[in-house]
Design a protein around this ligand. Structure first.
Ligand code: HEM
Length: 146
């Protein structure tokens, strides 16, 4: 994957200004509510009984933050996202058995939460760079599935 300087600067600056504790939980909460089948992977997280339970579940919030920390590894390694995620891809496929279609669903929820946060700052150019970044992440995470 080739990145223009503009794309690099957009992606880096989104992360530099991101409140992980706010955005991470919101994105995972949204994914679990909008796509309820994703809840099945989080059976150890306790009460996911309804939307309010999901929104206030501390395990969900903590994991949302963890996912963003997982993503910032890709930002720091834009030129080798595949290599960066080799291990994480194996974990999600062989150990967690997460259906890789779900990566895109979580990525879309993250895009929606970030768009809401950035408002007018989420220009078409920003969206294009952001979605390209997430598409590369989703592809890298799905790479060790066979
Ligand atoms: C664990 C990142 C998508 C389910 C993790 C971990 C990271 C991570 C960094 C912790 C790994 C470790 O402890 O070494 C990501 C990223 C994703 C993504 C960057 C995509 C943007 C998903 C999706 C699901 C999922 C879509 C399921 C629908 C899980 C589960 C765990 C996990 C069940 C283990 C949780 C636990 O028991 O603590 N993920 N993940 N992940 N992920 Fe993902």
């Amino acid at each position: 994957v080739e990145w223009t300087d503009k794309e690099r600067s957009i992606i880096t600056s989104i992360f530099a200004n991101l409140d992980y504790e706010d955005i991470g939980p919101k994105a995972l909460v949204r994914c679990l509510i909008v796509y309820p089948w994703t809840q099945r992977y989080f059976s150890t997280f306790g009460n996911l009984y309804n939307a309010d339970a999901i929104k206030t579940n501390p395990n969900v919030a903590a994991h949302g933050v963890k996912v963003l920390h997982g993503l910032d590894r890709a930002v720091k390694n834009l030129d080798d996202i595949k290599g960066t995620y080799a291990e994480l891809s194996v974990l999600h496929s062989e150990k967690l058995h997460v259906d890789p279609d779900n990566f895109r669903l979580l990525a879309d929820c993250l895009t929606i939460v970030i768009a809401a946060k950035l408002g007018n700052g989420f220009t078409p150019e920003t969206q294009a760079a952001w979605q390209k970044f997430l598409a590369v992440v989703v592809s890298a995470l799905g790479r060790q599935y066979h």
